[in-house]
Design a protein around this ligand. Structure first.
Ligand code: Y12
Ligand code: CO
Length: 171
């Protein structure tokens, strides 16, 4: 089932999500629905709060060199914790909850991630480049933060003006 993605300035996006404790069939159905929702919106990452569910759950499906997404590259990440972040990098980010807006954001270049899978099994992965950037973007969602909060004052002001205008034109 495709879920509704909530968009800025919906206040629910500011929620600090809570840890998953029960890894049951309902969680598995929810993860499947998140995947369907992300793919149907041309996303490469989605956090549970973006579909109004305040759980520490995120999914990522990084495209291959040809830009194609494969379900066997899907990462389901639950209760993530970043360790050993290294370096910094700039990347033009976008977010399904901030449609139509892309901006350069600074992130760690590489990191180690500790997390649980859909069965509650603990796992670790080493991430660099786009995967590391996407992980940080999605974990920010779990802490109620959006990438636009990382913009300079002037860029944020420009964003607010452009976004409000786009919202008015949509109506
Ligand atoms: C690098 C930076 C950010 C992330 C987080 C995941 N972000 C996305 O998946 C963004 C997807 C997105 C898709 C859009 O729709 C289309 O392209 C058709 C989009 O455009 C509009 O909404 C108009 C904006 C964002 C991962 C890695
Ligand atoms: Co996002």
């Amino acid at each position: 089932m495709v879920l509704t993605i909530i968009t800025y300035p919906d206040k629910r996006l500011k929620t600090r999500s809570t840890a998953v404790e029960i890894f049951d069939h309902a969680l598995h159905t929810f993860l499947d629905d998140m995947y369907e929702t992300m793919i149907s919106s041309n996303g490469i990452g989605l956090a549970a709060i973006q579909v109004a569910n305040p759980l520490r759950v995120l999914i990522l499906c990084i495209p291959d060199e040809e830009g194609n997404q494969h379900q066997n590259n899907l990462l389901e990440i639950i209760n993530p914790v970043i360790a050993d972040p290294k370096g910094t990098t700039l990347y033009q980010e976008g977010c399904l909850s901030v449609p139509g807006f892309y901006e350069d954001v600074e992130r760690y270049e590489s990191l180690t991630l500790h997390y649980q899978d859909r069965h509650g099994k603990a796992s670790t992965l080493e991430a660099a480049d786009l995967l590391a950037i996407a992980i940080q973007h999605e974990i920010d969602h779990l802490d109620g933060k959006l990438f636009i909060e990382k913009l300079t004052y002037n860029r944020r002001k420009k964003f607010e003006k452009e976004y409000k205008k786009a919202l008015k034109e949509k109506k």
